[in-house]
Design a protein around this ligand. Structure first.
Ligand SMILES: Nc1ncnc2c1ncn2[C@@H]1O[C@H](COP(=O)(O)OP(=O)(O)OP(=O)(O)O)[C@@H](O)[C@H]1O
Ligand SMILES: [Mg+2]
Length: 257
């Protein structure tokens, strides 16, 4: 469903992606990990065509994005539900209208059905009652949840999430994870998730990928990933475990599952 081959991307002198190869099969969930600044967001922006590679190919559902006209690219993007790292809500629209936006623009539903789906989706992340507020009236975590609702409301076949649980409390994080997992079961969605939350990664991933020095240096199912011999992956997981044990001083930290 998603395929990157030899993707290179530089900004001026800075070479961010140096030959990324990655495949996400239909119906699977791939979680991308890597230290802050390693290029995870840049990589994700290549999948929705927001950034163009200097070299290499990106295919989504069999279509090579570079070869598409603006209109064809728009058709591919319609298959995607995207949650950006910084929520990117429409400031002048209420919560309700933000979430209704894709339903009205793309699904052309009758208003009562729009309202039903918006309310349902908001309730999944505990936001019933916030419908008439504007983004500036929400907390950071609430904004994140509205952006999440807007990404999933059309139940797209391909979902790209950049840091979906940032700033959320543990309970809300659970709800977001629930929606991701249910989407996969219900519509066989393909998900690509960027997150610094390693516990969540182990819970939702079919495959985990690690971006280091511009390349994917590990790509494996969770149980294999945690045994990785790559030094950068080992040190990343080691640091995470140490932070976890600080948070949980009884020392019963384990790598899930
Ligand atoms: N449009 C841009 N122009 C110039 N440099 C950019 C641009 N977008 C990203 N970069 C640079 O590319 C590098 C990778 O950024 P990116 O946002 O992909 O990191 P990340 O892995 O997502 O980090 P984080 O985990 O903190 O979100 C950074 O050094 C950033 O400054
Ligand atoms: Mg990022």
């Amino acid at each position: 469903m998603i395929e990157l081959v030899g993707v290179h991307k530089a900004f001026g002198e800075q070479q961010v992606l140096r030959g990324v190869d990655l495949v996400v099969a239909e119906g699977t969930t791939c979680v991308l990990l890597g230290v802050s600044g390693s290029g995870k967001t840049v990589l994700m922006k290549h999948i929705d065509g927001l950034l163009k590679p200097d070299q290499g190919t990106v295919r989504v559902d069999g279509e090579a994005l570079m070869q598409l006209s603006a209109r064809e690219l728009e058709n591919v993007r319609r298959k995607l539900g995207i949650l950006f790292q910084a929520g990117a809500l429409f400031d002048s629209l209420t919560v309700f209208d933000n979430v209704a936006f894709p339903l009205r623009e793309r699904a052309h539903l009758q208003e009562p059905e729009v309202a039903r789906q918006v309310r349902h989706t908001l309730s999944l992340v505990g936001l019933q009652g916030a419908e008439s507020l504007y983004p500036s009236e929400l907390s950071g975590g609430m904004q994140k949840r509205v952006a999440f609702s807007r990404a999933v409301v059309l139940q797209p076949k391909v979902l790209l999430y950049d840091d979906p649980t940032a700033g959320l409390d543990p309970l809300t994080t659970e709800s977001v994870i629930d929606v991701i997992v249910t989407g996969k079961k219900r519509v066989g969605a393909t998900s690509f998730i960027v997150t610094p939350d390693v516990s969540m990664a182990f819970h939702v991933a079919d495959f985990m990928a690690f971006l280091h020095e511009g390349r994917i240096v590990e790509h494996a199912p969770p149980e294999e990933f945690r045994q990785s011999r790559h030094p950068a992956v080992k040190s990343f997981l080691h640091n995470w475990l140490q932070r976890e044990s600080l948070r949980n001083p009884r020392g019963d930290t384990r790598l899930p599952p």
